[in-house]
Design a protein around this ligand. Structure first.
Ligand SMILES: Cc1cc2nc3c(=O)[nH]c(=O)nc-3n(C[C@H](O)[C@H](O)[C@H](O)COP(=O)(O)OP(=O)(O)OC[C@H]3O[C@@H](n4cnc5c(N)ncnc54)[C@H](O)[C@@H]3O)c2cc1C
Length: 196
């Protein structure tokens, strides 16, 4: 799995604080430390709407279709996902869940090779990609771009980073969180993701 930051609001914490200060006309009190304190106070009080002024976009590669299906349930985020209708995906790998012992995984790999062979054979016989893909397992790797504002990222990280969430999406949000923390530590420092 690879998670890469494509774009992020410049100086996001200063922007969030600046917007928040409009409500109390406290712009004159702005400073990096005062801004951090203000953001902490807003988070403690659950006033998260000002976090919507900052956003971040990531590319995610090498996750399974199974994990992508979960991520794309988040309706306030925006997505583009590689299309199996238009792209020949015979070279895509299969994500290995850590629970599989080697002896079983060898069998899965054999099944995957057979599926890819049949996929290629079907394309050669004129079956369209959008139909040939039905042969492929849900563990097939995909790539996507995802964009969300900071309020929604916090929501996604809280839900998908919990021990109740599936291991692969937990790993994904752990990586997203690590990157977001570098750029906006005050906004994201209180979140924890227990890595699978
Ligand atoms: C551990 C776990 C297990 C899950 N298991 C299943 C499962 O078995 N089956 C299944 O189908 N799904 C499952 N889900 C997905 C889950 O039900 C949600 O669809 C998904 O997490 C998106 O959450 P959300 O709606 O809060 O977030 P988003 O879509 O990201 O929305 C963010 C927030 O915006 C608000 N919002 C968004 N749209 C609306 C709206 N139309 N009306 C009002 N408010 C809105 C809500 O406050 C929402 O929390 C699971 C999720 C988790 C984390």
């Amino acid at each position: 799995m690879r998670v890469t930051l494509v774009a992020i609001t410049p100086d996001p914490e200063a922007l969030i604080a600046r917007c928040a200060r409009v409500s109390h006309r406290s712009e004159a009190r702005a400073s990096p430390e005062a801004d951090r304190e203000l953001i902490r106070k807003l988070l403690r009080r659950g006033h998260e709407s000002v976090l919507e002024f900052a956003s971040a976009t990531f590319t995610v590669e090498g996750i399974s279709r199974a994990a992508a299906n979960q991520l794309t349930r988040h309706r306030l985020a925006s997505f583009v996902q590689e299309s199996q209708r238009f792209v020949d995906v015979h070279d895509r790998g299969l994500v290995r869940p850590p629970s599989f012992p080697d002896v079983l995984w060898k069998k899965v790999e054999a099944l995957h090779r057979a599926a890819l062979e049949l996929y290629g054979e079907s394309l050669a016989a004129g079956v369209p990609k959008e139909d040939a893909r039905y042969i492929l397992p849900i563990g097939t790797e995909t790539r996507l771009v995802v964009s969300a504002n900071f309020r929604e990222w916090r929501h996604i990280i809280r839900l998908r980073g919990s021990p109740a969430a599936q291991w692969e999406i937990r790993e994904l949000v752990a990586r997203v969180l690590a990157i977001l923390r570098e750029h906006a530590p005050t906004v994201f420092d209180d979140l924890e993701v227990e890595r699978p």
